[in-house]
Design a protein around this ligand. Sequence first.
Ligand SMILES: Nc1ncnc2c1ncn2[C@@H]1O[C@H](COP(=O)(O)OP(=O)(O)O)[C@@H](O)[C@H]1O
Ligand SMILES: [Mg+2]
Length: 316
Amino acid sequence: MDKVLIEVEDLKKHYHTSKGTLKAVDGVSLVIRKGETFGLVGESGCGKSTLIRTILRLLYPTSGKIIFEGRNIAHLHEKDLKDLRKRMGIVFQDPHSSLNPRMTIFDILARPLKIHKIVKNRDDMVLRIVEILKLMGLQAEHMIRFPHELSGGQKQRVAIARALMVEPEILFLDEPTSALDVSVQAKILKLLDKVKKQRNLTYFYISHDINLIRVVSDRIAVMYLGKIVELGEKDLVFQKPLHPYTNGLFRSVPIPDPDVKIEKIPLEGEVPSPVNPPSGCRFHPRCEFAKSVCKGKEPKLMKVEDGRMVACHLYQ
Ligand SMILES: Nc1ncnc2c1ncn2[C@@H]1O[C@H](COP(=O)(O)OP(=O)(O)O)[C@@H](O)[C@H]1O
Ligand SMILES: [Mg+2]
């Protein structure tokens, strides 16, 4: 569990907009270990999707490093990314828009096999597709269907299957259940858990749903306005959130656990814009502990206890 799979160093992704530079991801550093489930949580718009899309190199980074098995992939050319695409998979939030409506399930699942020249012949291709459909709890006959003929849950199973076709080492899961009915969500999470164990995968989950992140993760990171504010072992962070934002975020949703005692008040105020974010600590306008240093100086993400990292002047 301790072997590092991906190391992200001071990664930035800025967009040039009519209002100015939008700092969607603004200096993120983290390590993903082989075999773990890493959960990233934060309010909508904080930069979660941009971060994982940049790590996957679906977006070109503004600056920083993405080290995958010892090699910096941040600035690889598109033609050199093919091997990477095979080793890192992604499941998007909305299965209704992530599957091409004009392709059958067979064609959707065959495409990665063709692109990466994974199979020898058509029989082999069919075998693999039948096998993956079975693993996903679908039937072989689903092959000839089009996405619109499937339910939301079935579509997401196809999207997971598509990501798994090339046998990646890591799956990035971008709110994989948030577009689905509650009853379907639990089944998809269970399926993902089964697949992870069976295939020794590493998962990087992102979600705004704290309870989901709590259920699935080994370690978690909390993101606010393009930055990680806290990172550590899931249980420790939930038992004792150190950053005032983490505290407020957890407090704003009921957590069904009698061991979790958080006494602080829930979050107040709006999330500021990532164009011209607040000076110093980006959370200071909403923080009840803010001191003058918080407005003037940006806190660094620093190790405190038990491998926990926190970016807050209360701990520096
Ligand atoms: N292509 C883009 N151009 C400009 N701004 C973008 C683009 N994509 C995302 N953003 C902005 O970047 C910020 C982070 O977005 P996103 O990564 O989607 O957040 P999350 O996934 O946490 O909801 C938001 O303010 C969003 O509006
Ligand atoms: Mg998102």
